[in-house]
Structure formats: C-alpha cells, structure tokens
Design a protein around this ligand. Structure first.
Ligand SMILES: [Zn+2]
Length: 107
C-alpha cells in the first residue's frame, strides 16, 4: 500500500517538474515562427506570460504538497491529518494522494 502511494507521488512529482520546465522555457520558440508583428501582439504575449507565471505558481504549490506528502510517508505518518491526527478518508487520498490534512482542515 505504502509502496504504491510512493510510486504515485514520485510519478506526480516528475510530472509537475516536467510541466514547470516546459513553462519556464523561453517563448522564443513560438515567437520565431511569426514574421510580421501585428499591433496587440505585445499585449497578448504579456497575458500569456502572466498565465504562465500563475500556472508556474500553482505547480510550485502542488510540488511542495507532493514532496511534503512524501516526507510524511517517510515519517510513517501518511494518511493522518497533520492538524487533528485523525485518518484521512481513503476517497480523499484517492483524489489527492498528496493530501496531508482531513477535509475539515484542508486549506
Ligand atoms: Zn483534521
């Protein structure tokens, strides 16, 4: 059971790291394809950039949670709410294997 959970968390961590690498890649790859720049392209790029930054922040938060859950697993405290110490429902862990609090104490 624990080994399976670790596999899931490790796979998730790798997935997030890969997505973050893709996001932080310079946007020149797309830019070099278009020749003439139209008015408004700058704005569109700024918006894209903002979206990328927001997505990056979200991924970073998720990555922290996944790594934190792995640490809990190391401590033998996986599946136990960090706040109240009650066990986290299996359904919740299935949906969010990196959850380290029960539903009542989720942020
Ligand atoms: Zn709790």
């Amino acid at each position: 059971m624990d080994a399976q959970v670790r596999d899931v968390l490790v796979a998730k961590e790798a997935e997030i790291v890969e997505q973050m690498t893709t996001l932080s890649r310079p946007m020149q790859e797309q830019g070099s394809i278009s020749f003439g720049k139209r008015v408004g392209d700058g704005t569109a790029m700024a918006v894209d950039r903002l979206t990328a930054v927001t997505a990056h922040d979200n991924l970073q938060g998720l990555l922290d949670a996944v790594r934190h859950a792995q640490a809990r697993l190391d401590q033998g405290r996986y599946g136990v709410c960090e706040v109240c110490g009650s066990s986290i429902p299996a359904g919740r862990l299935e949906a969010r294997p990196w959850a380290t609090t029960c539903v009542a104490h989720s942020t």
